[in-house]
Ligand binder design. Structure first.
Ligand code: HEC
Ligand code: HEC
Length: 367
């Protein structure tokens, strides 16, 4: 008994020492409106300014692709809110991807990642795809691990890795953790809408944008049912809300066979779940900065915001309007007079110009 107690005391002392001797985790200042909930961050990859700084360097560095041709930023460009202004992105070997590059906006709050995957829930996990996937190849590191890693031996990178991870040095684990920290840091909460809604600046939005907001949140247009919450997607979770709302919907873009089939090239969530009802279901994306992320939808098949609104007004596209798998919220509607322009003005009021510079907006952060 005594022996056990001594053992326990020793372990306790060791734990206390470990806690005290370990360098204090570096703090990180989120750029959020006052009182806004912080995103959930994995315990084994806490945020720090040093990791974000290193992640940013890596994100823009073509040395991360096996043939030094492509970086994350080739497909995720700051001036397009970290999306790309082409229908499909091209990987480092010239291979065309089947999906439109996603904007990286407030990704830290997304409970599901990519256009249609219910099981991909951590950014660290998602990043392995562009780094290592072989079909299709994006950065193409697989088979070239040592060559790629050796490029991060430079004194400048060594310093950055040391600041972020201590003596661990460059490894794919630290590269992934730094990139994920940078992606998490890409918060955007400084649009005209935010100034109006969260900072009580009544004049921040134009009258047209306010009329468009009323349309967006109306039962007639139904947009808010799927693009709900502070991030205009149901996919959000944060420190005070860990619900999984399964934010996947079929919007009636396609109906190949009268039964609701999407083209074999991309059938959305169905490919993951193999459930018939998930055919053509995709994640409702955030609409923040949407003015800058054209073209639209998972396959970039709608060129402009006006096209997107026409699509919803028609209740889908072509045979898609008759799809039995289409969400009941996609019913179609008639817009009168200036209503279409008003809705576009509202969507444009979600733009955060500071975000497009590649830095988190800082002017309206918590005091
Ligand atoms: C060749 C183009 C390309 C490259 C290079 C690329 N991405 Fe992407 N990224 C995409 C596409 C396309 C998607 C959507 C994938 C899907 O839905 O299957 C995406 C999705 C994402 C997402 C999910 C966002 C969300 O809201 O769910 C993250 C995060 C991301 N990429 C980060 C990165 C990082 C970090 C790198 C560099 C290591 C990178 N990407 C390199 C094209 C690219
Ligand atoms: C039933 C749910 C639902 C409703 C209702 C809905 N959306 Fe969507 N929205 C989605 C989904 C899902 C996508 C992605 C579809 C895809 O990629 O195939 C999307 C995509 C978009 C996009 C393209 C975003 C991008 O980054 O490509 C815009 C813009 C948009 N919606 C605006 C609206 C507006 C405006 C309304 C109201 C008129 C509306 N949505 C109603 C679910 C919905």
């Amino acid at each position: 008994m005594v022996k056990l107690k001594a053992g326990f005391a020793f372990i306790l002392a060791l734990v206390l020492c470990l806690m005290a001797c370990k360098p204090a985790p570096q703090s990180y200042q989120w750029h959020l409106p006052a009182g806004f909930p912080e995103p959930i961050v994995p315990l084994d990859n806490p945020m720090s300014e040093a990791k974000v700084e290193l992640g940013k360097r890596l994100f823009f560095d073509v040395d991360l692709s096996f043939n030094q041709s492509t970086s994350c930023a080739s497909c995720h460009q700051p001036q397009f809110a970290f999306a790309q202004n082409s229908q499909f992105s091209v990987g480092s070997t010239g291979l065309v991807l089947r999906r439109n590059s996603q904007a990286l906006i407030n990704v830290a709050y997304n409970s599901n990642l990519t256009w249609a995957h219910s099981g991909l829930n951590s950014i660290e996990q998602q990043i392995l795809i562009p780094l290592f996937a072989e079909d299709p190849i994006e950065l193409g590191i697989t088979g070239h691990e040592d060559a790629v890693l050796s490029r991060f031996d430079s004194p400048a990178y060594q310093t950055l890795f040391k600041q972020a991870f201590g003596n661990e040095g460059a490894s794919f684990a630290s590269i992934v953790n730094a990139l994920a920290s940078y992606v998490r840091s890409l918060t955007s909460f400084n649009s005209e809408f935010d100034r109006y809604a969260y900072h009580a600046e009544d004049d921040a939005m134009s009258e047209a944008a306010k009329r468009g907001m009323d349309l967006f949140f109306s039962e007639r247009l139904e947009c808010f049912h799927c693009h709900g919450g502070f991030n205009f997607t149901q996919s959000s979770q944060h420190q005070n809300q860990r619900l999984d709302l399964r934010p996947f919907h079929n919007t009636g873009l396609y109906n190949e066979d009268g039964l609701g089939a999407f083209p074999a090239s991309d059938q959305g969530l169905f490919e993951i779940s193999l459930l018939a009802k998930d055919m053509g279901r995709f994640r409702a994306p955030t609409l923040r900065n949407v003015e800058h992320t054209a073209p639209y939808m998972h396959d970039g098949s709608l060129a402009t915001l006006a096209d997107v609104i026409d699509f919803y007004a028609a209740g889908g596209r072509g045979a898609g309007t008759e799809s039995p798998l289409k969400s009941p919220f996609i019913r179609g509607f008639d817009l009168q007079g200036s209503e279409k322009q008003d809705l576009i003005a509202f969507l444009a009021s979600l733009s955060d110009e500071g975000f497009l510079t590649g830095k988190p907006s800082t002017t309206k952060e918590a005091d």
